[in-house]
Structure formats: structure tokens, C-alpha cells
Design a binder for this molecule. Sequence first.
Ligand code: DP6
Length: 353
Amino acid sequence: MSEYNSVKFRCPSNIALVKYWGKKTGGVQLPANPSISWTLSDLHATTTVTRSKMTGLSSSAISLEFFLAGESKPSFEPKIRQFLERIAPFMPQIKEFHWKIESENNFPHGTGIASSAAGFGALALCFADFQRADLAAEQSWSEEEFLQIASKYARLGSGSACRSVYGQPGIWGETNAWAEATDEFAVPFTAHVHESLKYWADAVLIVDDGEKSVSSTQGHDLLKDHPYAASRYQQAQVNLERLLEMMKVGDLNGFISLVESEALQLHAMMMSSEPYYLLIRPNTIAIIERIWNKRKETQWPMAFTLDAGANVHLLYDKSYSEPVMNFIETELLPYCKNSLYLCSDIGGSPQKI
Ligand code: DP6
């Protein structure tokens, strides 16, 4: 065992273009359909994990404490404990140590922004790094292997987190459209992306900063008996295949309408679950309509997307930053809670600090 006792990683959040919604039955955290996302380099979590060897009788329980932005948060511990229980079969040393986990996000807490992708991404990278150090005398992992292991661990914490470990778009889930893709971990989309889709940014318009009425994990669960699940999974397969092609050739109109359609399909699945529910709010729709009107009037390359919440992600070509920012400030801000929106470039890899 190495004397390596503390590690720190920063990991970006991500936004899906084709959505992961539904899990396979059997296996742990395996997606029912493939998805792809862009990382958000300026919205990230930074996590330090410090371990100390347990003395006395070894216990089967996992020992941990969790701090968010310097404050002890026992309410987060069950989800992190579940993550550690899931990775323990691959990393037996989990049970030999006490784990102190200190995390912080660079975006305000309670903005309704999914921080689990960045958080579990950073956490998984820390644990994979401990394992790499402990095994260093016997085996060496290539960077690719390290990222695959980190991505697999991140998946076991929160499915969408597994796509956060790559600067290139992350593809997760089996698909004929990308030979390397697997359900076990995400892989990078290494094909040449057309210039017109390389330099984009995301403005996250905060519509609702409250707790969601139905969590993502509960939402995935409702797909089990969903009357449209099978056709949604099929549609996601087709959409992923089409999207990869559009990204290669730079079919902007196709890209925009597919990304928007994916967002609406995600929420349509929520609205048609049993029990049905609604996460979008009136201001979500008001923003979407203004984006549509503005695009019709100007032809700016921009698209909205949604995650499992009311906030709107406005994706746009960075060379249009000035007019898009002006549009947000003058026309969209009235629909944002406390006039809040967060900006990020697309892309960006995790960093060891
Ligand atoms: C709507 O990854 O949060 O953001 O695996 O249960 O932790 P768990 O769910 P989570 O689901 C998020 C789904 C989504 C779409 C996506 O990111 O692909």
C-alpha cells in the first residue's frame, strides 16, 4: 500500500445532447440507451479525499465523513456510502480506511444545477487515483485505462457523471454508431468535430432553484413500466447515430433541432410517467419561445436544452457571444429567478490539483 494519503481533483459538470433516461434491469447503473454530452469547463466541483488507516478490528462498514464548502453534511453521506459500497468490490482497500471527503462547487449551491455529475466525477477520479498509486508497483495503467476506471466508478455514483471525465464529448452506452461505446463507462468521441460545432458555450438560465419534486433517480425508475419506454430507447439510438454524423459534417440546423427535440422528449417521458409529473415551469416555456423567435429572426446558431429540471441551457456558437449575451440580458433575464444565469465554455477536462 502506498503512503499516498490525500488527493484532489477538479471535474467539470456536463450537459447531455442525447439524454440518458432509463436504466437497464439487471446490472448496476447501466443505461437503457446511449447518450452523449458536452462537459462544461467553467462549472466544476473540486474534491479532496484524505484517507487514514483504520486501527483495531476491521469492520465491514464503510467509514466516511463529507464536507461541502467547508461544512459537514451528513445528509449527503448515504449516497456517497452507496457509491463506495458499489466500488468496494473493485477496490478492496475502501474498507481499510476512514475517508474524509471535502468538496466544493464553483457555482452557487441551490441553483437547481445538477452538481452530481461534477461531484461524482471528481470523487471517482480521486478514488481511481488512490488505486493507481496503490497498484503502481505491480501494474501501470495508461491514461486511457485510468480514465475508463474513473468513468466506471463515476457511473456507479451517478450515471451521467461518467461522461464528465473527458474534454471531448463523452459517449456512454452501447450503440452501433460508435464501436468503442459501452454501458460500463463513457468513452470520448474522438472523431473530427466540424469547426462550426467546436467552439460553443452554455448559458444556464436559472428558472427554479428549489428542490425537484421528483429526483432523477426516481425519474429513471418510472421508465420501468412506462408505456413509451421501448420506443424512446429506440429513438435515442437513432438520434445518437444522427447527431454524431451532424457533428462531423457540421449540419447546424439538424444539430439544433435534434438537441431541442431530445430535451422535449426527456420531459415528455416525465409527463407520461405513472405517476405523471412536470418539472418545467411557465418561465421555462417563456424562455424557449423567446429563443425560437429570436432564432427565426436572426438565424443565430443556438439551441436550448434541458436536464431533469426547470432551468434552460442555452447552447450557442461562441462567436455570437456578444449578441447572445445582449439577448439574455435584455429579453431572458426577467424569466430567471433572481436574474441569475451561469456561463460556461463547452469542453474542458478534469484536472489533478
Ligand atoms: C436528465 O445521472 O442524475 O441529466 O444515474 O440515477 O444518478 P442517476 O441519474 P442522473 O440522471 C440524469 C439524467 C439527465 C440526462 C443526462 O444527463 O443524460
